[in-house]
Structure formats: C-alpha cells, structure tokens
Design a protein around this ligand. Structure first.
Ligand code: UDP
Length: 355
C-alpha cells in the first residue's frame, strides 16, 4: 500500500507559493520512490511535481497566516481546497497505509481522529496562532509521536513544548546534492533568496546593500509586491537586483556565483531550506541567529550567526566572509543534508509511529 502526501493549501506545488515545504515534499517523494516506496501526492489543482503521481484538487487556496494576530479565529475560504482534499482522503483512505500532512492548517489536525487511516503531520512553521497551537497539542497528546518538524528551535516556539518536550520529532531537511554544483569562486555580489514577504526581513538586506555599497541578487517568489515597492523607496541607494523565481537548476547557478547568502528573518524561521542550498553550492551563510539557521550554520566555519536585527553586526560579518572556505560549506551539506539521510530519518519516524 502507498503513502499519501497531502500538500500545503496555500498554492499549487511548483509555484513557490508554499515556500520551503514544497522542496522538502518534492525531495522526500523522490527519495522514497527510489527506495521502492509508492507515494501519491494530493495537492491543489495545477500542481507540478515531476515523476510523481499528483492528484490535483480544485478549490480556493488558503491565505497566508504568517501575519495574522495570535488570537485570530480559524479562517477557511468559501470553497476551501483543503476541505476538498480531506474529503478526498476520507473517501480513498482505505487505499493508503498512511497519510502525511504537510499543511500548517487547523483543519487536518482537527480531522485526524475522524479518519481510520493513520495520519502523520509534518509541521513546517513555528508557532503562529493560539488556535493552531491548541490543535497541535491535542494531536500530540492523542496520537503520540505523529508530529514531525524541521528543527529544535522551531519546536521551542510552541509554548507547550516546555511541558511536553518530547511531543515533536525533529526531522531536519535535505537536498538532492547532485543538483547543486560546487562553485569554488564567487563574484563580489551577495545573495538573498526567499519569498518576498515581511517575515523574511528583506529590508535589512537592502539597508546592508546601501551601507556597504554591495550588490545583492534577490531571487524568490514575489509574494507581497507592496512590501517590495516600499523597500525600494526606503532604500533608494541600495543595489538590489531582483531576478525572479527560478527553478532549482537556475537558482543554484546564480546562488553559486555569490559570495554569501544573507538571511535576515524577522520570524522564527522553521528551517530555511535556502541555507542548505547555499551550502551545497559552497556559499557561506550569514544569518541572524533566529530560528533554523542557528542549527544549520557553523559559526565562523560555514558562515556567521549574528545578533538578530543588528545591522552593524551583519555588515561586520560580511567583511569577514572572504576568510571562510567554500569547500567546507559543501562538505557540511554533504555530511548533514543529503537526501538519503533525510529519507532515513523519515522512514525511521514512520516505523516508530506504526499503529
Ligand atoms: N526558491 C526557489 N526559487 C527561487 C527562490 C527560492 O525554488 O528563485 C525556493 C527554495 O529552493 C526554497 C524555498 O524557495 O525551497 C524557500 O524556502 P525556505 O525554507 O528558505 O523558506 P520558507 O519560504 O519556507 O519560509
């Protein structure tokens, strides 16, 4: 019997709207299929996932919850794609050994006890809303071991982990290293990669660019156009070159040409897949010490972790980047973030939560 991966509800796979969880899901499908595990993917209609059996579901995608207030109620669009996806699961559950939910939404957690098929949940963000936290805790208590996530620091963002420290399984992330070419030398430019949205703190990269007169190549999904326009107005002397949202082949070519990847998150970054993609290309990562990058970057070896929101410290770290060895970045990616390692961790997780 196959596994069923239920994708994020914010947009079709392949568009980049879903952020890093799209890459994690794609990589896992590839690795598990290579091991002979059958995986079907249930996702919003229009999803593209090469070499996978994708079942597209129509309906309205969900709005982003990143910037909603902590105490906001649970919202569902009128014709919720997520509601339709889980209705599809209800009807077809007998064909699957297990469902793995990748949506960070209240509904799949709520529906879990109503289904016969066992459900595991991969949690791709840190704590955002009280209602969702509450539902996660109920799921953790009722179905122990079924919540997986990226990092320890992400887990700690959920207040209930103080009382129940073992309620999450940390699974990390990984990339197909064969797709990322090691580039031993770089130009003077810096990279900033990610969704263009306030929680990613692009304004701090703009401020650094203006102050150091350094070019920053920006790559990623344009999620908040007004935010991008504001940054350009606020930092007229910043040398920002936005090249769009690229596929992995193009992304790694451009990223590999940069001296460092800048990460300036304003939220608790659950992981930061772009960090391991940069390392795989041999590109050091200079990041605020906030969220996932804390557990990825080897300070002073494969990058620098600086005090969050401290622009002086960020600039100082950039000056020190040329002293770092790019081969060590690639080696860290090979040691810690390969797809086989990721596949092993997920399969061990599934084995441990065998009903
Ligand atoms: N990405 C991409 N093309 C681009 C820029 C980014 O495919 O031009 C992808 C990148 O590979 C990564 C994701 O966007 O998988 C960003 O994920 P991350 O975990 O860094 O942050 P999130 O968006 O999940 O907060």
């Amino acid at each position: 019997m196959a596994l069923l991966f239920a994708s994020t509800s914010v947009g079709p796979l392949g568009t980049g709207v879903g952020g890093g969880v799209e890459l994690t899901l794609r990589n896992l499908v590839q690795e598990l299929q290579q091991r002979g595990v059958a995986v079907d993917v249930l996702a919003p209609a229009g999803s593209v996932l090469p070499a996978a059996n994708v079942i597209g579901v129509p309906g309205d995608c969900h709005p982003f919850a990143q910037n909603d207030p902590w105490d906001s109620p649970v919202h569902l669009p009128g014709d919720s794609v997520l509601a339709r996806m889980w209705d599809w699961i209800r009807q077809h559950q007998a064909s699957y050994e297990r469902v793995v939910n990748f949506a960070f939404d209240w509904l799949p957690f709520y529906l879990t006890p109503f289904l016969q098929v066992p459900v595991a949940h991969f949690v791709s963000m840190g704590s955002l809303q009280a209602a969702l936290d509450r539902m996660l805790l109920q799921t953790a208590l009722r179905f122990p071991g079924t919540l997986g996530l990226y990092t320890h620091v992400q887990a700690q963002s959920f207040a209930f982990t103080q009382q129940f420290p073992q309620c999450f399984r940390v699974l990390g992330s990984g990339v197909d290293l064969a797709l990322y070419e090691y580039q031993p030398a770089a130009g003077p430019q810096l990279a900033w990669v990610g969704r263009i949205a306030p929680e990613k703190g692009l304004e701090d990269a703009a401020a650094l660019s203006a102050r150091l007169e350094r070019e920053v190549w920006i790559m990623g999904k344009m999620q908040d156009e007004a935010y991008w326009q504001r940054i350009q107005q606020d930092f007229p002397t910043a040398r920002l070159t936005y090249t769009g949202f690229h596929d992995t082949k193009e992304l790694q070519t451009r990223l590999g040409q940069c001296q460092a990847l800048l990460m300036t998150p304003k939220w608790v970054e659950a992981f930061g897949n772009v960090a391991i993609e940069a390392l795989a290309c041999g590109v050091p990562v200079v990041s605020y010490a906030r969220g996932g990058p804390i557990e990825i970057v080897r300070h002073q070896e494969t990058g620098f972790l600086v005090e969050p929101d401290n622009l002086d410290a960020l600039c100082e770290a950039i000056h020190q980047v040329p002293a770092l060895r790019r081969d060590r970045c690639r080696r860290q990616a090979e040691r810690e973030y390969s797809l086989p390692a990721l596949g092993d961790r997920f399969q061990a997780w599934f084995a441990d939560i065998c009903p």
